[in-house]
Design a protein around this ligand. Structure first.
Ligand SMILES: Nc1ncnc2c1ncn2[C@@H]1O[C@H](COP(=O)(O)OP(=O)(O)OP(=O)(O)O)[C@@H](O)[C@H]1O
Length: 271
């Protein structure tokens, strides 16, 4: 799989606040996703992970603060340039369109086509490449509506790769996938040299694949750093209320998280 990874821009998030219904959903969030590295956003349900990704994707504007891509405010980047640079896989990818897998993946090639209005159905090398990379060539002619949740997730990743982006923004990219498929998808995402920013629930996958982690809790940055720095028993107790031990993974040498249960209330930090 080839990707437009040369000179992938980094993402900088500066002092982002986002308030809805009188509630601070994000509060003074400052973090970076370095160029060409895989940065995970972790944190409990409702901690603000998807909202933060939506700021990067320009779906929502911060009430204050800024998100920079390659040093430029994302809202100052022309729509087409942004579409060429950044691909997203959403948490709940739905489409009401009656499209085949091939047509959906081809949607990803539109930003790089010479004209925006290129007709669908012209299978390109990028589509073939993306289907092959995700191992879903056999789904090519299947209707989207007939796919399982995991199959849909692979198709959406293939669409994102067919875009040949420099930046991948992934919201729970493995949540419908079986264990091996999840590992394969993250291997693909890591192997392209892109800037990746991904919300990840599975802490062991975060430990194995992420170069850096941003830990959100109640809309605030609780910690940032490498998996080794961040994934400590103390942090897992404070942020998730988990009783866990962290050992050395015998193969990767990184953190190996052994879940023991839910922490006693008295062990939880200020949440
Ligand atoms: N537009 C909105 N109006 C009101 N509340 C919102 C809005 N968007 C998000 N929220 C709330 O903000 C909080 C953060 O939501 P968000 O989806 O970012 O969390 P998350 O960390 O991605 O959660 P999960 O792990 O469950 O996917 C949640 O409590 C959510 O209900």
């Amino acid at each position: 799989m080839t990707a437009a990874s040369d000179g992938a821009p980094g993402i900088e998030i500066h002092g982002v606040d986002f308030v809805r219904g009188g509630e601070h959903i994000l509060r003074d969030v400052t973090a970076v996703a370095p160029a060409g590295r895989f940065t995970g956003v972790i944190g409990p349900n409702g901690s603000g992970k998807s909202t933060l990704l939506s700021m990067v994707m320009r779906w929502q504007r911060p009430d204050s603060g800024r998100v920079l891509l390659g040093g430029r405010d994302v809202h100052d980047i022309r729509r087409r340039d942004f579409a060429r640079m950044v691909a997203e896989v959403e948490q709940h990818s739905a489409t009401v369109l009656e499209l085949t897998v091939e047509q959906i993946v081809e949607l990803g090639t539109i930003p790089n086509a010479s004209g925006w209005g290129r007709p669908l159905g012209e299978a390109s090398a990028d589509v073939d490449d993306a289907l092959r990379t995700l191992g879903i060539e056999d789904l090519r002619l299947r209707a989207w509506q007939t796919l399982s949740g995991g199959e849909r997730q692979k198709v959406q990743m293939a669409r994102a790769l067919a875009q040949r982006p420099q930046v991948l923004v992934l919201d729970e990219p493995t949540n419908h996938l079986d264990v091996a498929a999840g590992l394969h998808l993250l291997d693909v995402a890591c192997g392209l040299g892109l800037t990746v920013l991904a919300a990840v629930h599975d802490l062991q996958l975060a430990a194995m694949y992420c170069d850096r982690l941003i830990v959100l809790d109640d809309g605030r940055v609780h910690a940032v750093g490498t998996p080794d720095e961040v994934l400590t028993p103390e942090l897992l107790a404070e942020v998730y209320g988990l009783d866990a031990q962290v050992m050395r993974h015998p193969v990767t040498g990184g953190p190996l998280i052994v879940m023991c249960g839910v922490a006693d209330d008295s062990e939880r930090g200020q949440r």
